[in-house]
Write a protein that binds this ligand. Structure first.
Ligand SMILES: *Cc1c(COP(=O)(O)O)cnc(C)c1O
Length: 437
C-alpha cells in the first residue's frame, strides 16, 4: 500500500521541484513513488501509509545509532526548552569542538557550519587562502556537495579541462577544478606536472561512497599524502560520510593517514544539520575573525544541533565496540549476497558501508561502477521495498548499517536479499517484470 505516499507526492510536486527537497529522494532511478516518512525508531522507518520498513539508508549516514535514540532525543528536548538559537557563542560549541579534536586529532581547530556542502566549500576557500593558489583537484565519482566549483565533470580534452556538471554554473567557476581518476595515481601526477605551483589542494573521499562504495587501493591515500606534500598543496579528506563511521577517528584513523584539512557532516550533527571543517591551528587561523578568509553563518553552531551531535559522539565514544558490531552485520549481508549471486554481482564493503553492484567487473573507480546494470538494481530495489526493506533508491549509493539493526532484522533482510539476488540470476530478461509485484 502506498496510496498516501502517492497522494503526498502529487501534492508535493505542485509546490516543490520534483516533489522533493533533494533529488535522489524522488526515486527517479528506480521508477517508484517515494515513500513519505511519518516517523522512525531504532532500525525502522514508518511511512504515511503505515508501512514499517527496516531502514538501510539511515538518512544517508547520520543514523549510525538508529532513529530516535532515547539519549539523543532527551538531550535535544531539554535543549529546546532553552531556546532554539541565539546568534551568540555557547558552551555546547566548545564541547563539540573539543570532542572533534579529541576523536580526530588532525582537527585541532575546527569551525561549525550547517551542512557538508558548506564545510567543503569553506575548507577549499581556506586551502586557497593558505597556499595562495587557485586550482583544486577532485576525483571523478567523488561527491563533495553542490557548491558551484565542485559540480564539474572532466572535459573531453583528456583531463586538462573541466566543465560544469549542472546548468547554472558558469564555466568560469569550474575552470580551477581539475578532475583526476580515483585509484589512479598517474592521473594525479599528470595534473601536478602540468600545474606544479597552482594546485591549492587535492580533495578526496578517503573511502568513496557516492558512486556506490569504492575502497582506496593499497597505497593510494599514501600517494596522495606524499604528492601533495611534495608540491606544497594541501590534502583535504572529505569525511562527511566516513567521519565517526569507519572508526571513531574516521578514515584517517582507519588508514593512518593525516590530511591537512578534514570536512565533516552527517554523523557529527546526530541527525541535525551540522557540518564542520578543521585542521591544524596554523591553517585554520586563516579563517576570520583571526585571518583573512571570510566565512560565517547565522545558525552555525546552533544549540540544538550541537546538542544532538555531542550526545551522538559521546555514545560512540563510550562504546567503541560498536564498530565491530557494525562490521559483523555488514559482513553477514555481504556473505549472503556473494553466496546467492554466484559471481553475477560485485560487492564492496568496509565497516558499516557496503554496495552491491550489478556487474561482474570489480568496482574500483567511477568507470567500473558505471558498468553496473541499473535496471537490475531497480528490480532488486523494488523487490526489497515491497517486502519492507528500505535501501537507497540508486545503484550509486551506499547501504548503511546502524547499531540499532537487530540480529533478527539482519536475518530477515538477508533472507529477502537472497531471494532477490537468486531471482535476478535465474531469470532471463526482462526479469525485472517478474521481480516487481
Ligand atoms: C553528503 C556529502 C556531502 C554534502 O553534505 P550535505 O550535508 O548534503 O551538504 C559532502 N561530501 C560527502 C562525501 C558527502 O557524502
Amino acid at each position: 500500500m502506498e496510496n498516501r505516499s502517492k497522494e503526498l507526492f502529487e501534492a508535493a510536486k505542485r509546490h516543490i521541484p520534483g516533489g522533493v527537497n533533494s533529488p535522489v529522494r524522488a526515486f527517479g532511478a528506480v521508477g517508484r513513488t517515494p515513500r513519505f516518512i511519518a516517523s522512525a525508531y531504532g532500525d525502522r522507518i514508518i511511512d504515511a501509509d503505515g508501512n514499517e520498513m527496516i531502514d538501510y539508508v539511515c538518512s544517508w549516514g547520520p543514523g549510525i545509532l538508529g532513529h530516535a535514540h532515547p539519549r539523543v532525543i532527551k538531550q535535544v528536548q531539554k535543549a529546546c526548552e532553552n531556546g532554539l538559537t541565539y546568534g551568540a557563542p555557547t558552551e555546547k560549541e566548545v564541547i563539540l569542538a573539543e570532542l572533534i579534536a579529541e576523536l580526530i586529532p588532525s582537527m585541532e581547530v575546527s569551525r561549525l557550519v550547517s551542512s557538508g556542502t558548506e564545510a567543503v566549500m569553506s575548507a577549499i576557500r581556506v586551502a586557497r587562502g593558505y597556499t595562495k593558489r587557485d586550482k583544486i583537484v577532485k576525483f571523478k565519482g567523488c561527491y563533495h556537495g553542490h557548491s558551484d566549483g565542485l559540480l564539474v565533470k572532466a572535459g573531453s580534452a583528456a583531463l586538462t579541462t573541466s566543465v560544469p556538471d549542472s546548468a547554472g554554473v558558469p564555466a568560469d567557476y569550474t575552470k580551477h577544478t581539475l578532475v583526476a581518476l580515483y585509484n589512479n595515481p598517474d592521473s594525479v601526477e599528470a595534473l601536478f606536472q602540468q600545474n606544479p605551483k597552482e594546485i591549492a589542494a587535492v580533495i578526496v573521499e578517503p573511502v568513496a561512497a557516492n558512486m556506490g562504495v569504492v575502497l582506496p587501493e593499497p597505497g593510494f591515500l599514501e600517494f596522495l599524502r606524499n604528492i601533495t606534500t611534495k608540491y606544497g598543496a594541501l590534502l583535504i579528506f572529505d569525511e562527511v560520510i566516513t567521519g565517526f563511521r569507519l572508526s571513531l577517528g574516521g578514515a584517517q584513523e582507519y588508514y593512518h593517514i593525516t590530511p591537512d584539512l578534514t570536512t565533516l557532516g552527517k554523523i557529527v550533527g546526530g541527525g541535525m544539520p551540522i557540518g564542520a571543517y578543521g585542521g591544524k591551528r596554523e591553517i585554520m587561523e586563516m579563517v576570520s575573525p583571526v585571518g583573512a578568509v571570510y566565512q560565517a553563518g547565522t545558525l552555525s553552531g546552533n544549540p540544538i544541533a550541537t546538542t544532538a551531535g555531542i550526545e551522538t559522539l559521546r555514545i560512540l565514544k563510550e562504546d567503541p565496540t560498536i564498530y565491530q558490531r557494525l562490521e559483523a552485520k555488514a559482513e553477514k549481508i555481504v556473505h549472503v549476497v556473494l553466496e546467492a549471486a554466484e559471481g553475477s554481482v560485485s560487492v564492496n564493503q568496509i565497516g558499516s558501508l557496503l554496495s552491491v553492484f550489478f556487474t561482474k567487473e570489480k568496482v574500483k573507480d567511477y568507470h567500473s561502477a558505471l558498468s553496473s546494470d541499473t535496471s537490475r538494481y531497480a528490480a532488486y530495489f523494488s523487490y526489497l521495498l515491497d517486502r519492507g526493506i528500505y535501501i537507497a533508491p540508486s545503484q550509486f549509493e551506499a547501504m548503511f548499517l546502524s547499531d540499532a539493526h537487530t540480529e533478527e532484522d539482519i536475518e530477515q533482510t538477508c533472507q529477502i536479499i537472497k531471494e532477490a539476488i537468486v531471482l535476478s540470476t535465474k531469470t532471463d530478461a526482462p526479469f525485472q517484470d517478474k521481480l516487481i509485484n
